[in-house]
Design a protein around this ligand. Structure first.
Ligand code: NA7
Length: 550
């Protein structure tokens, strides 16, 4: 591909592509486009690379999916051979160290501009280019715009009376300070019991004088089973690099796990089922979910068998029956993001931990020194907000690009997050999302998903350049059909029936529907088919000024 060298004219810098975000996806996008010979600039508001792993530094933060050594990039065999992962569930600082290493090894930083928030992104129809305005005054233009803005980066701040008047320390888990926070001798309140709260609470409780957990929804959490990786596992991952990648591509979650045979929970007797759940529980880790019956997230009855098992575990683990009762979840298990924990339920046996069930005892307001719930006042020194994110679509809407005719994404996504293939948006030519709504996103091994989506996007860019085309965008019909496909797959499961950040129900006023593509590896077949079918569902525009038959 012929690249347009970056050049400055007046105060505007010109590139082939601008990437917004220097997290896992943006870093790979930069590497990929540079390998294609493109001139690229990345902007990120942070002072360093890493995105999610840059911001989420709360105590206990770890990979909470199928972990190391397969939560990583696969594009370089050498990289895989060089890097030593220490544990199965890598801690935040280890993941960030890895990403720093990648940035150095592939010399990524020279094309990344940190501490730079993109404030305006606008399509210039006549020029067929995107223009970018930033917080530092730097302006740029590019033919292609890659939004690698993160599925979990727009923090959700609770709107509770008096919260801004609280005079103590206050931290959101998704934007944790870089300096260590000391909880010693402090009275701490934690709002939120999702993955972040469940990871942080046991760690905070070890240090604090007292922890008050303010729980809105009881959660199902499973033993993380974190442990050091064995030398054999490391050697195996290195020796079997190529075959593992094949397995990862075939697996619906992007991990080198053989598919489980189709088996209903009712193909086993109650005793066999119990034995299977118990063995998975004892082993721990995300493998728990790979070892489950295939109809657990499909039928209420199968789902009930697992939720009964976990509820029993909670009752057995938590000494105080009243506290145990408050911890019993009442939604379909797995239909909220399953959580991996390290001694979460056990933490409620400590004398310095109190659980407040906000459904019975709601927060009324904050004062300068306390949180007041219906039952009384809880004096606190530190408030931890583990209240999650406006996930999947929130960071795209914060960016709010303006497409053809100045129409903003907020206008386009007023009721639904219309897009095609989870990557392209009608009216926003040459703009691509990584891990956007309508893609597998958080349901897939995210570094691998970024590589595979970026591979498709890069191919699409090459197609435009080779055919001397100026712009590509999806049709309204293809967006509608894609939306129906995504919903159709989800509606086959129990997922849309539970309030969660997957369905947008955690954010007031957000369209409530399930936006992730749940078809697993089928997604990559679908997008490959679209490309090989001459980008079916897209329309092209010739380069302006060139009279061309498309
Ligand atoms: P989550 O999973 O969205 O959890 C947020 C928690 O905060 C959850 O328990 C919420 O209750 C609770 N929450 C949110 N707002 C409020 C208010 N206003 N009052 C009380 N409680 C509230 O976010 P995480 O950061 O834990 O995890 C996000 C993902 O990051 C995780 O799944 C991993 O993939 C990594 P709710 O359940 O909505 O009733």
């Amino acid at each position: 591909m012929t690249s347009q060298p970056s050049q400055k004219s007046g105060s505007i810098e010109h590139y082939d592509a601008v990437i917004i975000g220097a997290g896992v996806s943006g870093m790979y996008a930069l590497h990929h486009l540079r390998e294609m010979g493109m001139s690229v600039r990345v902007y990120d508001g942070a002072t360093g690379i890493g995105g999610t792993w840059w911001y989420n530094r709360y105590p206990g933060a770890r990979v909470d999916g199928p972990g190391s050594p397969h939560y990583c990039y696969t594009f370089s065999k050498e990289l895989m051979q060089e890097w030593d992962w220490a544990e199965t569930q890598s801690k935040q600082s280890d993941v960030l160290d890895y990403l720093e290493y990648v940035a150095d090894r592939f010399d990524l930083r020279r094309d990344i501009q940190f501490e730079t928030w993109v404030e305006d992104v606008r399509y210039d129809d006549a020029a067929q280019r995107w223009t970018v305005e930033t917080s530092t005054g730097v302006r740029a233009s590019a033919q292609f715009m890659i939004c690698a803005v993160g599925a979990l980066s727009m923090t959700n701040m609770p709107n509770i009376p008096g919260i801004h008047g609280f005079a103590g320390e206050c931290y959101h888990t998704g934007n944790w300070p870089h300096e260590p926070v000391s909880f010693e001798g402090k009275r701490v309140a934690v709002i939120g019991t999702g993955s972040s709260g469940v990871q942080a609470i046991p760690e905070i409780a070890k240090e604090a004088e007292h922890v008050t957990v303010l729980q809105r929804t009881a959660q199902f959490t499973f033993p993380a089973g974190n442990r050091p990786l064995t030398a054999e596992e490391v050697a195996d991952a290195r020796a079997n690099f190529d075959s593992n990648i094949e397995k990862m591509h075939a697996n619906d979650g992007g991990f080198p796990v053989d598919p489980s045979p189709e088996r209903s929970a009712f193909d086993d007797t109650p005793e066999e089922r119990e034995a299977r759940y118990e063995a998975l529980w004892q082993r721990g880790g995300f493998g728990f979910f790979h070892g489950l019956y295939s109809d657990i997230a499909i039928t209420e009855e199968s789902n009930q068998t697992l939720s009964d098992f976990v509820r029993k575990k909670i009752r057995e683990t938590v000494n105080d029956p009243e506290t145990a009762k408050k911890l019993l979840p009442d939604h379909f298990v797995i239909t909220k993001r399953p959580i991996l924990d390290d001694g979460y339920y056990e933490t409620y046996n400590r004398d310095n931990v109190t659980l407040v069930d906000l459904r019975d005892d709601p927060i009324e307001r904050f004062t300068e020194t306390s949180v007041i719930t219906a039952s009384g006042e809880h004096p606190i020194d530190i408030l931890v907000l583990a209240t999650g994110f406006d996930a999947i679509s929130g960071s795209m809407l914060r960016l709010n690009p303006k497409g053809r005719g100045g129409v903003s994404l907020k206008e386009k996504w007023n009721e639904r997050f219309h897009n095609y293939l989870g990557m392209a948006i009608g009216g926003f030519p040459n703009l691509f999302m990584i891990h956007g709504p309508g893609s597998p996103g958080v349901f897939y091994n995210m570094p691998l998903g970024a590589e595979r989506q970026m591979g498709w996007i890069g191919q699409c860019m090459s197609h435009l350049r080779e055919k001397e085309l100026g712009a590509i965008e999806p049709t309204t019909d293809s967006e509608e059909a894609w939306g129906n496909e995504v919903s159709g797959i989800a509606d086959f499961t129990l997922f849309p029936r539970t309030d969660s950040w997957w369905t947008g129900a955690n954010i007031e006023g957000k369209p409530r529907y399930f936006t992730a593509y749940l078809g697993g590896s089928l997604y990559y077949q679908r997008i490959a088919d679209v490309a090989s079918n001459n980008y079916e569902g897209f329309t092209f525009e010739p380069v302006h000024g060139i009279d061309k038959q498309i």
